[in-house]
Design a protein around this ligand. Sequence first.
Ligand code: MOS
Length: 747
Amino acid sequence: MTVIPTFRNDAEAKVTGKTRFAADLKLPGMLHAVPVYPDCIHATLLGVESSEALALPGVVRVLTAADVPGHCRFGQIERHTRILADDRIRCEGDVVALVVARTRAEAERAASHVKVLSEPLPVLLDPEKALDPDATLVHPELATNLAVEHRVRRGDPAVAFPACDEVLEAEFTTPRIEHAYLEPEAAVCIPREDGVMEVRAGMQHPFSTRRFVAAFLGVSLSEVEVVGLPVGGGFGGKDDTIAMVCARAALAARLTGRPVSMVYRREWSLKESYKRHPYRLRYKVGFDRDGALQAMEADILADAGAYLSVSPWVTWRSTVQCCGPYGVEHVKCDTRAVYTNQVFTGAMRGFGSPQVNFAVEQLVEMAAERLGMDAVEFRRRNMLRQGDRTITGQVLQDHRVSLEQVLDEVVARIGYHDRLPLCTFGKGDELYGIGLALSYRGMSLGAEGVDFCSADVLVQPDGSVLLETGVHENGQGSESAMILILARELGLDPSGIRYRRASTSTIPDSGTTVASRGTLMGGGAVVDAAAGIRRQLSSVAAPLLGCSPEDVSFRGGHLHSPHGAYVSFREAVQRAYAGQVHPRALGTFRAPRTTWDEHTGQGDAYFTWVYACQGVELKVDRRTGRVKLLRAVAAHDVGRAVNPGMLLGQFYGGMAMGTGYALHEELKLEDGRVRTLNFDSYRFPRTTDLPDFEGVVVENPDPLSPSGAKGVGEPTNELMAPAIANALYRATGRRFFSLPMRVPPES
Ligand code: MOS
């Protein structure tokens, strides 16, 4: 067995159970808050009757929107998500009141005695019907249920389609799924004696949580300090919902003057937290006899549920990537997200790409089959290459476009062409199929937001180093990656660098740790900070080394002159301190410019891209329909591999989650009520459902990433569904247009 180099600064604490999550925090005098949910889906809120609950033992306060000193409505994009319901109930997971009590059990008991007075409204559950002119409005003040729309207009599909040799059309649907993080939302808020509200919780985005809390309390950002705790799983899910939980706990802490803990039950988390958007995707694809894609039309409809959350950004990524990693001259894409009274939808690992990839990567194979062409060959003819233009007009020239490389790796590793003849197309009792899928993915936020990150390096008098960055440890190993990048830049052993988890009061707002941007953006800031430290120490060491400061190099724990003189890092630091130089540097990374024209859907959407291919082999028992994955191979261009073992962890984790999306998962709602209220009835993959995973790390250091590294968290999770769909087609002879894919018995 090969040993893969892996560094993990938090490994010991995690595996020995020393890590303390938000639910583990206990403070003297701490109270407990629990949410009160309505028993309706859509209603006008008339009032909350709390006298009965208040009379119960242990109950301290019952809080409603009327108690909020600041704004009840907030959101990352539009400020209309209700942190506490103030006018209407729009979905089952709306929180109408909070019960604050001495213990959680007392608070829960009292919560069932809070009466919500409401007047029912017609319930809107069907996203297709949401745009009917007479549909019930989920947000009447917006005068429409259309939450957002995006488009791409390129060339002239109306002219191009009739000129195509072949045209095919298909419709796909994908389900609402749950992130299934092991740690439900939990927060502890402490009203400090200095007047600051301290918020402790596991989340992906301390800075945006601070905005939620400050707005809700009606205070300035400096009066709230968010301290991120270890995250027990995020996957895009520790975003808006946990921010609202923090804001509610902060309100209770502010109004009682005591620390307040709010620890969610799984049931509340499943009911209230946002999910991955269900999509309906209609595609029309035109191509020539020789296999050249000419035109694509996509009509994409996403269910946003009751609130906007980050639907505009999720659906924007789907729009930018709607044709997959292929160059198409004539494109018309319309993507809409609509409000309904379902649980709201938001960020989830992949962020709008898993849905479109499921469609596009089947469509290209359907097109290839129509022509009798090999599916890999069809991809080769159409995929983007160095210097090509994307469907949004972006020329891919500033980094290595490695689609061919990742495709070749998977095709070779899995023995694709040798095994194709074994595919059964529905013949026999034990069916066999092989399939793959290809993608590109815009890195980080792109034109959806301001992309910036910072890092702070503080060298101590003994040569040990403290590092803080604006990216957050979500459990993905971000702290370890940051340490390794700094160690490389300063020529130090990682053991000499200690990561200090930043709070929102100690480092500039660096955005959210999402969009596979942690290593790319955080790494860029760390490289910049390291350069600052090197400058300071080089000036001190140059006279000792007899060279100019620019010629000092850092490696092996020493500073070297070009002529063989050296001094240890530690000694250089001691000299610096002796001379009143205290080495400290704030590094920043500003993402290169991106552009977007929302009317034409043209622009340089992302400053860099990653490329990926995944392939699977599977068997199907024809009698039972049971699918057995035999093997899965993934190749991802990661820029530069910072921490190879953790990278492979991302590969395997992403592929495992992707398998769940492909074959197992669907969050069931009935009349707007979440029916899956525990993991015993939510079918995510078990280890026995998973095949052997193989990861191929492809490295093409990115010139626009100061560390050379890009991101891999999401790309790993966006290809299993189409790869499995293509393999299932070759096994069964049937195309699957909906997720999760279930092969009917005796098919
Ligand atoms: Mo995410 S799904 O960008 O955390």
